[in-house]
Design a binder for this molecule. Structure first.
Ligand code: CP
Ligand code: NVA
Length: 311
């Protein structure tokens, strides 16, 4: 993975994901290290962020490297300066770029013109770093991924897309329940089915998805950039709230997951997100550990004998 981009979770093979999870577990136990000294990361965002910004910045610092945050107002990607020019300039300063963009195409252009690796820190199409942290969290909670069933209730969005593909690559079953106009795209569904033929279910019935699941996952109904659709979406998603009644259809030891930020009272009730089986804050913490493994793999560290380190 050294020197490679991560624009989509499909840039990783199943083995890469397993190694990154193993590395993340190892790095989580080791804390601060001097692995990436002399390396730097630009964190360039077109949209707001709490978790992704803090976890990328801290990941670099905890590995002995530097991080520079560029806020939405500062960069003006494609406005103040063309995307190719921004890519070429940043490549002269830093060793990698983590970018959060409205359009996935912007990320692709950045990667095309950048001489250094580009990491997708969320686009309208995918959120691969979230999926890595999620699979790390599931591994910690359940011991393994193979054979587990994850039920995603809600929008077939960026988070769902990366998670479905990551789950199908790692032997999990993935069920998604969305209203008719908000289903996941056919291309992603076909790709996931090519990885896990019998393990993928796409339905408009939340109860069918959740019944007997090991993990119940949801995300906001209106993502960043869709604020003007919020009213229309809350109507369409009205029957898709993860409340105690829906969650009770999952296995008795099922966990609840959400990438956050959550809109409490919309896609999830307080009772579920604050309940004993909710792991949402562990998930948020794991963004840090998963991204440390990713940065170590992409930027190359020193003599830490991590599982995926020398690939
Ligand atoms: N889950 C996530 O990406 O959170 P932020 O938008 O706060 O970075
Ligand atoms: N689907 C959400 C995820 C936020 C982390 C969004 O794109 O806004």
């Amino acid at each position: 993975m050294k020197g490679k981009d991560l624009l989509s979770i499909t840039d990783l093979e199943a083995e890469d994901i397993r190694l990154l999870i193993a590395d993340a577990i190892s790095l989580k136990a080791q804390g601060w290290l001097d692995m990436l000294s002399g390396k730097s990361l630009a964190i360039m965002f077109e949209k707001p962020s709490l978790r992704t910004r803090v976890s990328f910045e801290l990941a670099m610092r905890q590995l002995g490297g530097e991080a520079i945050y560029l806020s939405p107002a500062e960069v003006g990607l494609g406005g103040r300066e063309s995307v190719p020019d921004v890519a070429k300039v940043l490549s002269r300063y830093v060793d990698a770029v983590a970018a959060r963009t409205f359009s996935h195409r912007t990320l692709e252009v950045l990667a095309e013109y950048s001489a250094v690796p580009v990491i997708n820190a969320l686009s309208d199409w995918e959120h691969p770093c979230q999926a890595l942290a999620d699979l790390l969290t599931i591994t910690e909670k359940k011991g393994e991924l193979q054979g587990l069933t994850l039920a995603f209730v809600g929008d077939g969005n960026n988070v769902a897309r990366s998670l479905m593909l990551a789950a199908s690559l790692t032997g999990m079953n993935f069920r998604i329940a969305s209203p008719a106009d908000y289903t996941i795209d056919e291309g992603t569904l076909t790709l996931a089915r090519s990885n896990a033929a019998d393990g993928i279910l796409c339905t408009d019935e939340p109860r069918l998805a959740v019944e007997g699941a090991d993990i119940v996952y949801t995300d906001v109904w209106a993502s960043m950039g869709q604020e003007d659709e919020a009213k229309k979406r809350s109507k369409a998603f009205a029957g898709y709230q993860v409340d105690a009644a829906l969650f009770s259809l999952a296995k008795p030891d099922a966990i609840f997951m959400h990438d956050l930020p959550a809109h409490r009272g919309e896609e999830v009730t307080d009772e579920v997100i604050d309940g004993a089986r909710s792991v949402v804050f562990e998930q948020a913490e794991n963004r840090l550990h998963a991204q440390k493994a990713l940065l170590a793999a992409i930027l190359g560290g020193l003599e830490i004998p991590l599982a995926g380190y020398y690939r």
